[in-house]
Ligand binder design. Structure first.
Ligand code: HEC
Ligand code: HEC
Length: 362
């Protein structure tokens, strides 16, 4: 009797033990499964994690590109452009010119704004307001590709544009001003600075972290009303309730630049196109964020772009632009177009069908 009982007990113990083992194994499988799927389905997490890894020069992770494909996020192949160290600016006249160029980019208004010491030719903004960190920030409209890709053909003007021509484009549009004499000390200094920044970039190469990271299209129109809520929550504290910005007590330069109104960029500026605005804001605003640690979602970035670019701002006569209308950017908000979509549709999207129509037109 006793023996039989104990053999039953042993069997029971074995059954319980194996069930427990199976449960523990199952538990582990589930945990590992959740972990892996969270990695794959949260594109942002993967992106941030990998971007950080890729920025570390010592590690090269095989399979990163594959992971990025699976996670369906765009991970640029190369974040490698970094501005040369300032301590390497040559001494003497050449170096002084580069340093003056940098100063002009960072504090344009001090020299060329409404109260500028050299000329009064622009609206009080600084180039750096958009070309962040003196034009050196990853995906913050940096100048890494200027030396290597200019002069270049521009569809807007239907002509070859030089560096000075491009700088004057921003003076006339982004700074709602007039052109600067291309032989002036100031123009030559800005060009010298940009050339120094891009001195190690080979001719024709556009570093992947130049310009901005364009966001994937929404499958709806960007919504100014939703954008207003984003603005109130994330932007008002610095840029003001009416987007008016905050001028320094000296009245010379802005602490926080205006986002609309008479002191802002005009409707011919690059930032007036919402793909540019959304891509810039996502990775650079609220001030302090970068592409590795954005705060706004893609939706919020598109919507706030739609809101800000629906507010009043200076107008630029663009009747002489776009000789070839088939080359207009999809988000260029002024017709005529080669496709049948309205100005409103071009301004706010959705863009998928516009892209398709333009492809078919070619
Ligand atoms: C309101 C924002 C804004 C301000 C201020 C601004 N820019 Fe720009 N700039 C842009 C945008 C947007 C682009 C890119 C547009 C595009 O994609 O074609 C650009 C492009 C450029 C480029 C070409 C870069 C390249 O890689 O092709 C140069 C050079 C430039 N700006 C110089 C300047 C200078 C110099 C100033 C100051 C006098 C200035 N910008 C002020 C928004 C601005
Ligand atoms: C903590 C303050 C702060 C907050 C919050 C902030 N910004 Fe900015 N923003 C700045 C500063 C400062 C600059 C100029 C950067 C420079 O000169 O280095 C700037 C520049 C800009 C520019 C380019 C220059 C211009 O005036 O057109 C845009 C566009 C912009 N911000 C949009 C936004 C949006 C949209 C939000 C909200 C999502 C936002 N910012 C939140 C401080 C802020």
């Amino acid at each position: 009797m006793k023996d039989k009982n104990s053999s039953i007990d042993t069997k029971k113990a074995i059954v319980i033990l194996s069930r427990a083992t199976a449960l523990v194994a199952l538990f582990f499988i589930v945990i590992v499964g959740i972990f892996i799927s969270s990695l794959f389905y949260s594109g942002k997490t993967v992106f941030n994690a990998l971007a950080v890894i890729k920025e570390t020069p010592t590690s090269s992770i095989p399979g990163v590109a594959k992971l990025s494909q699976i996670a369906n996020v765009i991970i640029p192949e190369d974040h490698s452009w970094k501005a040369p160290d300032e301590s390497t600016i040559p001494s003497g006249k050449e170096g002084d010119q580069i340093k003056y160029g940098k100063e002009l980019i960072a504090h344009t208004a001090k020299y060329l704004g409404p109260k500028g010491t050299v000329l009064h030719m622009s609206n009080g903004m600084n180039c750096q307001n958009c070309h962040n960190e003196g034009g050196t920030k990853s995906f913050g409209f940096n100048y890494s590709a200027v030396k290597s890709t200019y002069p270049q053909f521009k569809a807007r003007s239907n002509s070859i544009v030089s560096i000075t021509g491009r700088i004057n484009g921003c003076f006339q549009r982004s700074l709602n001003g007039v052109t600067l004499d291309t032989t002036s000390k100031e123009m030559r200094a800005m060009v010298a600075y940009m050339k120094w920044l891009g001195k190690d970039v080979a001719k024709g190469v556009k570093p992947k972290n130049s310009g901005i990271m364009k966001l994937p299209f929404l499958d709806r129109a960007a919504d100014p009303l939703k954008g207003k809520a984003v603005f109130v929550k994330n932007c008002v504290s610095c840029h003001g309730k009416n987007g008016e910005g905050l001028i320094a007590p000296s009245g010379v330069e802005y602490i926080y630049p205006a986002l609309w109104g008479k002191n802002s960029y005009n409707d011919g500026a690059g930032l007036y196109r919402i793909t540019n605005f959304a891509g810039f804001v996502k990775n650079n605003m609220p001030f302090g964020v970068n592409y590795q640690h954005p705060i706004l979602s893609d939706d919020e970035s598109w919507d706030v772009a739609a809101f800000v670019n629906s507010q009043p701002r200076p107008h630029k006569d663009q009747s002489k632009d776009w000789k070839d209308i088939s080359k207009k950017n999809i988000d260029f908000p002024f017709g005529p177009y080669v496709d049948q979509f309205s100005e409103k549709r071009h301004k706010y999207g959705p863009y998928q069908l516009i892209v398709k129509a333009q492809k078919n037109a070619k």
